[in-house]
Design a protein around this ligand. Structure first.
Ligand code: SAH
Length: 484
């Protein structure tokens, strides 16, 4: 049997787009993913639909035991011949215990690679608008733990060296010990007026910052109830922070949107929202499976209607597989959308819009199984037609698991339903996470695209906050900003 392989990957500080290209490639292929508490759950949506996901959130009082168990699991899965990803927040070699995991794999003779990631000290700082070095304000940079294995949990460090020799210091896991840290730095010669910046949940919509100086920050943290995960940046560079960073200034910063999805590809508008700074979770996730063994005689139809570009590609693939010459077909081709028409034309055939269909001829409609169900309800539209299923969109159950973590972390404040179908699909599946239209309406603003979607949502019991007349990115953006 093939021996498996392990990738020890840094997921970056939070924003899913900060994963490296290599990290993403490994994640997409992995059979098993062991991930940490600080990994953004949305990253799990990049895995194969049947990948096994193992949560390795550490319990504060059981560090050592858990780590050994994780090492054993990595070896076990690899010896079963699996491709394993160990996904850690930030960079795996910065307080990530990657050294221990690598040693365990080494000892077991398992092949592995370490894929670096962006560490929180740098990622959170830059998203808060602060460069960790600057020609005028900081020539050296140190990463320091604010918590260690000493009996008190207070870090044992060369405080004098740190206080007087390093310009910018990033303390990890340091919020609890902040009073001690500030005290030590001041006692060992650092100016009490040195700027300090705390960045909590850096690089995601929940990002929050707190500014002060060595003398004042502990009290501010206490007052604001600021907690981990946060980076404490000490040094002159911290004063470069403006009122809002480039990240926090994005129009949709701080919005956590669950965007109803009904197909594998998802929505272009949802992707645009991400670009505008929102945290967007397209839910649920679908995987498309091509229909095999179809016995339709395409040659016998006069009109063929395609529901999506995917059905167009599937159709031409079928012709090729079955060695049917396109010239033996006499049908005219119609697309249900501009994209479908474009796909038809990419095969050097004329594609027309369904609106151009005049007389009733022998018709074949090709679309996904999901459309077939819908078509049956709307027979009056194409009264005399046969339906051929080109592919099936199946829901990936794993996305309920991602959804549960997103909800647990309170990362949904807006739900967008782009269609009545999306209302139905989301409601059905989110029930696995013990949510109802009522509970969702009270935790989030509900936005519907168009009156039909509004009707479907209201009937199911949602309290709809806004209905877009025009389902465009601009109108959605307007409404979302209005909810601020
Ligand atoms: N390997 C990680 C660090 C793990 S230790 C890395 O390279 O970033 C965990 C600590 O990292 C947290 O207590 C916090 O101090 C910091 N941290 C991780 N993610 C963070 C984030 N998104 N924002 C701020 N601090 C973060």
């Amino acid at each position: 049997m093939n021996k498996g392989y392990v990738y020890l990957i840094g997921a970056g500080p939070g924003d899913v787009r900060l994963l490296t290209v290599k990290g993403q490639q490994c994640l997409e292929k992995a059979d098993v993913v062991l991930y940490d508490r600080l990994v953004n759950p949305l990253m799990l949506e990049m895995t194969k639909p049947d990948a096994e996901l193992v949560y390795c959130g550490k319990l504060p009082d059981r560090h050592l035991l858990r780590q050994e168990a994780i090492n054993d699991l990595l070896v076990k899965y690899a010896l079963e011949g699996k491709e394993v990803v160990r996904l850690k927040g930030g960079d795996p070699s910065v307080y990530g215990r990657v050294g221990e995991e690598a040693a365990a794999l080494e000892e077991a003779g398992v092949g592995y690679e370490i894929v670096p990631g962006i560490t929180a000290g740098i990622g959170a700082a830059t998203y808060a608008g602060v460069p960790v070095t600057h020609r005028d304000h900081g020539a050296s940079f140190a990463i320091v733990t604010g918590h260690d294995k000493s009996p008190s949990g207070q870090p044992i460090i060369d405080w004098k060296g740190l206080a007087t020799g390093i310009d910018t210091i990033a303390f990890y896991m340091g919020v609890k010990n902040l009073p001690y840290i500030c005290e030590q730095l001041i006692e060992h010669g650092r100016d009490p007026n040195t700027p300090v910046l705390l960045v909590q949940w850096g690089t995601v919509g929940k990002q929050k910052t707190l500014s002060g100086n060595l003398a004042s920050i502990s009290e501010l943290v206490r007052k604001e109830n600021f907690s981990n995960p946060a980076i404490t940046l000490v040094g002159e560079v911290a004063k470069l922070r403006t009122k809002q960073s480039w990240f926090e200034r994005q129009p949709l910063f701080g919005k956590h949107i669950l965007f109803g999805r009904t197909t594998e590809g998802g929505s272009d508008i949802a992707r645009e929202l991400t670009k505008l700074g929102a945290d967007v979770f397209q839910y649920p996730r679908f995987v498309t499976k091509d229909q095999q063994d179809v016995t339709v005689h395409f040659e016998t139809y006069d009109q063929i209607i395609f529901h999506s570009p995917k059905s167009v590609h599937w159709f031409f693939d079928q012709l090729k597989k079955k060695r049917i010459d396109i010239r033996s077909l006499s049908a005219c081709f119609y697309g249900a959308s501009k994209k479908s028409i474009k796909a038809i034309e990419s095969y050097a055939c004329i594609g027309m819009s369904v609106g151009e269909m005049v007389e009733e001829k022998k018709r074949l409609v090709i679309g996904s199984s999901h459309w077939e169900v819908r078509e049956k309800k709307r027979v009056e539209l194409y009264s005399n037609h046969d339906f051929c299923v080109s592919h099936r969109d199946e829901i990936v159950e794993q996305s309920n698991f991602t959804c549960q973590r997103v909800l647990d972390e309170n990362r949904v404040d807006t739900i967008v339903f782009p269609s009545a179908e999306a209302v139905k699909v989301v409601t059905e599946h989110i029930a696995h996470c013990h949510e109802t239209p009522d509970s969702l309406s009270s935790r989030a603003n509900i936005i519907c695209f168009g009156p039909e979607t509004y009707k479907a949502a209201s009937e199911l019991g949602y309290k709809v906050d806004s209905t877009l007349q025009e389902p465009t990115k601009e109108e959605l953006l307007n409404v979302l900003q209005h909810f601020k």
